[in-house]
Design a protein around this ligand. Sequence first.
Ligand SMILES: [Zn+2]
Length: 362
Amino acid sequence: MIKRPLRLFSAEEQDALVKVLNRVDALGNLWARGFEVYPVDLDSRFVDKFNYFKNELRAQNAKRWLVRIHAIFNVGVRLANERDMGQGVFIDLTMNIVRLRWVIKGRAITISLTESEAKYIRDRLSEGGKPKLARAWVDGENLYIAITFERDVESIQLSDRRLVIDVNSWRNGIVWALVNGKVGSMGRERPNLGCIEMLYKHVTKLGQKYGALKRLGLHKSQYGRRLWREIKATRRRLYAYLKDYAQKLAHKLAQKALKYRAGVIIDDVLEESRRGLMEEGLPNGLAKVYMLYLRRFVKLLTNQLEWYGIPYEFKRLPSTICPVCGNELVQLPNRLMQCPKCGLKANRDEIPIKWALILANL
Ligand SMILES: [Zn+2]
């Protein structure tokens, strides 16, 4: 994703970017609901591309479908001497620039690529990816351009191994295991809980101070405003930390599946984790933090698995039912689980993995 402060553009470009892209966002909602709106003030290719790619977007974005529809562009790339065919977004890797068209009539807006952006695009291309579409939008003070690549995936030759991934709250972590008839290596991935709790406590404490000021009607004072800014900044830091962690972990696990050529089994039923956190008596706000970006993690993970052609399936993997006899397990201290009927004793994290072995006939 390319992100650029609007102030880097000329006044004419800034004006056009804000006006046109926001207008497409607004109209996109109507297009998505099937209205035939052909606004004369916009390049007609915005409607064309929307109609051309809409099924794609629906599949990608089923839940958030009606939230925001961004301007869609077709994409062209120049690696060596390919011709610029006037696509909506043209990426020229010989000069490391992107040309964004249709926003200003008759000319393109040129954006220089950073080294890492150019490298990202090159990497996707060298893996056999083809740019499919780009979306552009303006949010706050920034222009965003996101490019989607697709790949003709030869399905990879799978080994007998499977990678089982049990998604829990961040507090309990995401448990993975490589299995092949039995459990091979296993691990639990967790962000730094101390850091999360510290940031959360800090936000809470500041929030209480701010609340007290508000009751006194002093929250608009200089001190109050500073407090409010600090609350927002700390919260942003907390969110950014978790978001980044989720992204890196998705990458790490997808690479692990690729390395071992292992099909992937995912349990992403999060309701139980949420209840678990409440039962532990965690403050509501902290429980929420521990559930942040888990959906996003699963989405990023499956996107990457699809990219590499690794099959995956979702399976409900129980953690409180005995995988030997089916009896309800009893929880002992230290996350140990015991079956009162057959005597099985195992760490709570291992139960879902044992279930995966049974359910996937491994
Ligand atoms: Zn049992």
